[in-house]
Write a protein that binds this ligand. Sequence first.
Ligand code: G3H
Ligand code: 13P
Ligand code: ZN
Length: 346
Amino acid sequence: MPLVPMRQILDEAAKGGYGVGAFNVNNMEQIQAIMEAANETNSPVIIQASRGALKYSRMIYLKKLMEAAVIEYPHIPVAMHLDHGNSIETLKQAIDLGFTSVMMDGSLAEDGKTPNTYEQNVAITKAAVELAHPLGVTVEGELGCLGGIEDGHGAGLSADEVSDHLTDPAQAEDFVAQTGLDALAVAIGTSHGAYKSGRKDPKTGETLPPALAMDRIHEIHKRMPNCHMVMHGSSSVPKELVDIINQYGGKMPGTFGIPVEQIQDGIRHGVRKINVDTDSRLAMTGAVRKVFFEKPEKFDPRDWLGPAREAAKQVYLQRMEAFGQAGHAGDYKPMSLDDMKKVYGR
Ligand code: G3H
Ligand code: 13P
Ligand code: ZN
């Protein structure tokens, strides 16, 4: 099966009332782990690459690995998505490479840091739709800004500033109407990376869970029941994964993630794509540290990349079950980009 347009995966998820994990990849082991998990759970899946991932993998390697993935598992619908595209040029590059979906993150300027104005965001997202839809390619946009600056994405907002940059539901309605995008990434107080809280108990100094504005998602869903929402920064940062890292020489104090139950609440209210990167990074790092610690004589990369791949796979398996995509790979006949062009042309 060739790669399918992400729009179809999201439309089908909406029909079935489930969410689909969008997992970031940089290398062969992550792609293999996702595909093994998708195969074992019979899940449709979204695989995404950031600009950093494209640079790291030198693009053509990622393309060929994706081709291998769909050849090995022809019964699994897979969308290949560009995460946090920062310019029309980057989008063109990804589309030329064969991506079936792109994110134009117009919430931020091309530097990936400075917040854009609403008008700038509308203009660039609209331009992305005008580029992608005639080619059958899906477009994700973002309204509002996530917290933090980890991984080079984000305006570096503090916990207090984040509340001024949450997605406004009325503006979201206007944004979707003006741009014609397929999927709307919302800012509800999440951030990228393993330190999502930024809040401390004033009395004990203990890290508190991030305060999420789930009501924004509820309200957007009420106003636009057919809008596919995307939750970024949705790693759960499980304590057991961080504990393994710390147990074997790592130093990651004060981490915090998004509880799966909150994501499931979002899924009941129109969230269809859930971005997860950090959790697989944690799983892989813990597995590698463990091998290095317990078997210091090992030097064959397969001895640590193998366990890293297996640890990441366990994360993907759990998320595919929790988000509800498990069991849905065979529900529909996959569309091609040509089929999708006709849908957009109507
Ligand atoms: O959006 C953030 C993702 O976790 C990708 O991060 O730019 O380090 O690849 P990255
Ligand atoms: P996490 O850092 O929570 O995994 O979020 C990833 C993400 O949103 C990629 O766009
Ligand atoms: Zn993101």
